[in-house]
Design a protein around this ligand. Structure first.
Ligand SMILES: [Zn+2]
Length: 184
């Protein structure tokens, strides 16, 4: 009870409540999003929103509002998002480092995710190694999106064998045309 009520004239009968709003994402609080509040008179039960408050009340309300701390749990979603993002980045870096090693020493059975000239993605399987040459067969199917490649894993491969020299394969990897390598 901090203020005199201008409605009923009762002294020290008005309480101010400040509410912190937040944005949620699937019911997980994501980020705080501004404050709102009301005043309430214990005597006449009048409630006023921020816009309806008389100047005297508004000043007190503004003070309370700026003093109100934002609960840290309201950042839960954003914090989770940052942690996930960093985790994904580290994972990606590790995978790239691992792939850079694998591409230098290809093995029979390796499956490469490859981007071709038409910007289509497919899988190439290493079937043999002869000296400096890598012998590959391509999957018969293509995907316009690398995410679709996992669906191709069990589909048929062409019987046609193509050759590529190891240094050329490394070049394709460096160019980003070999986007991933799977080794059992
Ligand atoms: Zn009142």
């Amino acid at each position: 009870m901090v203020e005199r009520c201008e409605n009923c004239g009762e002294q020290m009968s008005v309480t101010i409540h400040v509410f912190q709003k937040y944005v949620h994402f699937f019911w997980i609080p994501f980020l705080p999003a501004g404050k709102t509040g009301i005043s309430e008179c214990a005597n006449c039960k009048q409630t006023l929103t921020e816009k309806q408050m008389p100047a005297s009340l508004l000043a007190t309300y503004q003070n309370l509002k700026s003093a109100a701390k934002i609960p840290i749990w309201m950042f839960s979603g954003a914090a989770l998002f940052v942690v996930l993002f960093i985790g994904l980045k580290i994972n990606e870096q590790n995978k790239n480092r691992e792939n850079a090693k694998l591409i230098l020493a290809p093995k029979v059975g390796d499956v490469l995710e490859v981007k071709n000239k038409d910007k289509q993605y497919t899988l190439c399987k290493i079937v043999d190694l002869r000296g400096d040459s890598v012998l590959l067969i391509s999957n018969k199917y293509q995907s316009s999106d690398p995410a679709g490649l996992s669906a191709l894993k069990d589909s048929a491969y062409s019987e046609e064998i193509s050759y590529i020299a190891k240094p050329e394969l490394k070049k394709l990897f460096d160019k980003g045309d070999v986007i991933d390598i799977h080794r059992e």
